[in-house]
Design a protein around this ligand. Structure first.
Ligand SMILES: Nc1ncnc2c1ncn2[C@@H]1O[C@H](COP(=O)(O)OP(=O)(O)O)[C@@H](O)[C@H]1O
Ligand SMILES: [Mg+2]
Length: 117
C-alpha cells in the first residue's frame, strides 16, 4: 500500500526511531484500510509538524462514506461491523500521541492522528 511507504519515508525523514516508524505506519495502515473498506475510499493528508524543536507527523484520513453511527462503540476493541478484528481504531489511537475522530452518518468520516517524536 502506497500510504505505508509514504508514511515510512516521512517518519524516517523526521528522524523517528524504527519503533516509532512502525507505530505510525501500523496506525496509518489500519486507518487507510477502514477508509477503503467502510468509507468507499477517500483521501489522506500528510503533514510534517514542528513545535518547540520537536518534530511530528500528522495524518488525516477523510472519506464521504456512510459515517459512523456510534463512535464510542466503533472505538471499542473487538467491535466490528464487518469481518475484521475490531482493533483498528482503538489500536491506531493507542499508537498515536493525538487522536481525533469526527463522523456524521450519511456524510463521512475524518480521522486525524499525530505522532510526536
Ligand atoms: N471510515 C469509516 N467509515 C465508516 N465506518 C467505519 C470507518 N472506520 C471504521 N468504521 C466502523 O468502525 C468499526 C471498527 O473499526 P476497526 O476498529 O478498524 O475494526 P474493523 O476494521 O476490524 O472492523 C468498523 O467495523 C466500522 O463499522
Ligand atoms: Mg479496521
Amino acid at each position: 500500500m502506497l500510504v505505508r511507504q509514504a508514511v515510512r519515508a516521512w517518519a524516517v525523514e523526521l528522524g523517528f526511531s524504527l519503533v516509532e516508524q512502525t507505530k505510525i505506519v501500523t496506525a496509518a495502515s489500519e486507518l487507510a484500510r477502514n477508509t477503503v473498506d467502510y468509507g468507499g475510499g477517500g483521501t489522506v493528508r500528510l503533514e510534517m509538524l514542528e513545535e518547540r524543536g520537536r518534530g511530528g507527523l500528522r495524518l488525516t484520513f477523510e472519506d464521504k462514506g456512510p459515517g459512523i453511527e456510534n463512535l464510542e462503540l466503533a472505538l471499542k476493541d473487538g467491535y466490528t461491523s464487518g469481518g475484521g478484528l475490531g482493533l483498528g481504531l482503538g489500536g491506531a489511537r493507542r499508537l498515536s500521541s493525538e487522536f481525533e475522530i469526527a463522523s456524521r452518518p450519511g456524510e463521512g468520516t475524518r480521522v486525524s492522528i499525530t505522532r510526536w517524536k
